[in-house]
Design a protein around this ligand. Structure first.
Ligand SMILES: [Zn+2]
Ligand SMILES: [Zn+2]
Length: 112
């Protein structure tokens, strides 16, 4: 005889009371604090404007997510508040930039 029925509990809806909420709140805060780049991104966009530094494509509030911040020095931890290490690049140019970086590295390292 199969006696599986005891394993099938009716699914309870997630409780939004007590400890659960505080855990969720804590997780939300952690998630919010996690990406420091979201902060410098906004700053870079403000300093340099919604325009790609490479192809000159302009962006607006609806397309700004396609504009990314590139670190000129390649060091993501170097974030001077004056924006001197940042460059606003559209996703296409940014991709291109890094592809060439990797390729250059690959080529120079490959010679040895
Ligand atoms: Zn571009
Ligand atoms: Zn980059």
């Amino acid at each position: 005889m199969k006696n599986k029925s005891y394993r099938i509990h009716h699914k309870r809806p997630p409780q939004k009371t007590g400890d659960y909420q505080s855990i969720e709140e804590t997780l939300k805060k952690l998630k919010k604090a996690e990406p420091p780049w979201s902060d410098y991104r906004e700053r870079s966009l403000k300093i340099h404007g919604l325009i790609c530094a490479k192809c000159g494509r302009e962006f607006d509030e609806n397309t700004r997510h396609l504009l990314t911040v590139h670190h000129k020095g390649g060091n993501h931890l170097n974030n001077p508040p004056d924006g001197s290490n940042w460059e606003n690049l559209c996703v296409y140019c940014h991709d291109d930039e890094h592809t060439r970086e990797l390729l250059g590295k690959y080529l120079s390292e490959g010679k040895e």
